[in-house]
Design a protein around this ligand. Structure first.
Ligand SMILES: Cc1cc2nc3c(=O)[nH]c(=O)nc-3n(C[C@H](O)[C@H](O)[C@H](O)COP(=O)(O)OP(=O)(O)OC[C@H]3O[C@@H](n4cnc5c(N)ncnc54)[C@H](O)[C@@H]3O)c2cc1C
Length: 499
């Protein structure tokens, strides 16, 4: 038998990561992507002299990308300059409080002490130690290995099962640690990093706070899209054949085994294994034969509404990452997850990469990326009919914030928007969800689909909608996990274990 051939569907971060891990182990890999570029949701837009990232802006868990490149005996820094970002985020509240978050624990304690008192600073220390313990317990069984089963959970020492804090919600645990409503809101926000609600996700997800607040956040010089380009560069160097503008129409299944794919151009491509990076639910609905496809899916994560603004001026009070908190956080998440409408008074996230890379905007201007959490598509809100009204609401809120912090009203010279409908149409995402499925239930980690299809042999999934979940680092791990499954099943057990 010759070298096994693997087809990967999708050049998102999950697909590229799987392709790299497989090619690094000597497999022949062909990747088909419907768009004309790599990265999937990690994209970029240029207009009127401005450049914006359109998807991720906060990159955490740097060591995950180092690990991926190490699989191919390469160093990430030879492909990309990943810079630590400080402040991690500048947080603004309506009462005038401003806090620059830093990954320097001592400096952060100091800043908390100055604004919220020394007791709260001590509580911060306790909270980070608690989140670190969570991280150390869940890291191996929940993130770095195959999808955990309930049996795996029961195999953990009983003390560890209790320590993962899955019986409380994130908000309950955060509220038990802090007294300041500001800090409670700040730490509750980390639930949105995988598209969930702090009032519903298990407190286990406080690991996200540890990952950012203690390990830090990075920004790839030139824009986050450069990370996708770096993955693409490595994949092609390893011999992965990448075909852009080549949608896959169907995954061919015969006798419960994936045998290849049919491209939209009606050509059959045979494969020893198929790794699907298209969204899991979308793939079940459109790429798999109805006779074998799944029809029931967990709750989708939230989606988002994005405004890309080219603005005149330099706004001294703003940092690279900024959060303008709403006054009623519970209401905001009830709008998203219960009422199914975009928040009436949203928290605004504003990222300005031209603060770090001035060439991302013409002289005397800034490139504003504004993100508002929004519900997955459900029929509860008609984006087509209401897009201008909602965009105006967000722009009004931005103007009010600028007035509140003593900045001039932003003069917008270029404007683009992305709605959940665009996310669904462009990437084939399930109901426009950004992070696949939400983690809003206690057993979400166990309900998330596996990287190895349980019923169809030689079919694998990589991406935010499968184990271990959404967000760039986890999606990278997901690609590596799918590759490990392929290698094990194709008879390279030792190679699989080495990944
Ligand atoms: C606005 C926004 C902000 C975000 N912010 C952050 C952040 O700050 N930090 C963070 O870590 N994460 C963030 N994320 C989430 C992060 O972008 C995703 O979790 C991750 O990029 C998803 O990667 P993926 O490989 O799972 O899927 P995708 O990026 O969706 O890639 C799937 C690929 O498959 C292709 N495809 C689908 N169907 C087919 C087909 N039939 N044939 C061929 N190709 C196909 C698609 O075109 C796409 O390129 C954000 C996302 C968005 C949209």
């Amino acid at each position: 038998m010759g070298v096994p051939h693997v087809v990967v569907i999708g050049a998102g971060i999950g697909g590229l990561s799987a392709a790299i891990a497989l090619a690094a182990r000597g497999l022949r890999v062909t990747l088909y992507e419907q768009l004309d570029r790599p990265g999937g949701k990690m994209g970029e837009v240029r207009a009127g002299g401005f450049r914006w990232d359109t998807g991720p802006s906060v990159i955490t868990m740097r060591f995950v990308y180092d690990q991926l490149f190490a699989l191919a005996n390469r160093r990430l820094e030879d492909y990309l300059e990943l810079m630590p970002i400080e402040p991690l985020t500048r947080y603004f509240w309506h009462d005038g409080t401003v806090l620059d978050a830093t990954a320097d624990l001592v400096a952060m304690q100091q800043r908390i002490a100055e604004r919220f008192g020394t007791d709260e600073a001590q509580r911060y220390r306790t909270f980070i130690a608690y989140a670190q313990r969570l991280y150390e317990i869940v890291r191996e069984p929940f993130l770095f290995r195959h999808k955990p089963t309930l049996r795996d959970l029961f195999r953990l020492p009983i003390a560890d099962v209790l320590k993962i804090d899955a019986l409380r919600t994130m908000h309950q645990a955060v509220r038990a640690h802090f007294k300041s409503p500001h800090l409670i809101q700040l730490f509750d926000r980390f639930a949105t990093y995988n598209g969930s609600s702090p009032y519903r996700v298990p407190a286990t997800l406080n690991v996200i706070a540890f990952v950012e607040m203690a390990q830090g956040a990075w920004y790839p010089r030139g824009g986050v899209f450069q990370l996708a380009r770096a993955f693409e560069h490595l994949a092609t160097e390893l011999g992965v054949e990448v075909h852009y503008e080549t949608p896959v129409k169907q995954i061919v299944v015969h006798n419960q085994r994936a045998e290849g794919v049919i491209l939209a151009e009606e050509r059959f491509v045979r494969a020893d294994a198929v790794v699907c990076n298209a969204d899991y639910a979308f793939a079940q609905q459109t790429l798999l034969p109805a006779s074998v496809a799944q029809r029931r899916f967990p709750e989708p994560s939230c989606s988002g509404f994005v405004l890309l603004l080219g603005v005149r001026g330099h706004f001294q009070q703003l940092a690279h990452h900024n959060i303008f908190f709403s006054q009623d956080y519970p209401r905001e998440f009830a709008d998203i997850f219960t009422r199914g409408v975009p928040p009436e008074n949203p928290t605004l996230y504003l990222c300005i990469t031209s603060k770090t890379d001035p060439e991302h905007a013409p002289a005397g201007h800034e490139n504003w990326f504004v993100l508002v959490n929004a519900p997955a598509l459900s029929g509860g809100f008609d984006w087509q009919a209401n897009i201008d009204a909602y965009a105006n609401r967000v722009k009004d809120a931005l103007r009010e914030w600028m007035a509140r912090i003593g900045e001039p009203a932003p003069e917008i010279v270029v404007e683009r928007h992305w709605t959940p409908l665009d996310l669904q149409r462009t990437f084939g995402g399930y109901r426009g969800a950004i992070y696949g499925f939400s983690s809003n239930t206690r057993f979400a980690a166990f309900a998330r689909p596996n990287n190895r299809d349980p019923r169809i042999r030689k079919l694998y999934f990589a991406g935010g909608s499968v184990h271990p979940g959404g967000g760039v680092p986890l999606v990278t791990l997901s690609g590596m996990a799918a590759a490990r499954c392929v290698l094990e099943d194709l008879g390279s057990t030792t190679q699989g274990a080495a990944l």
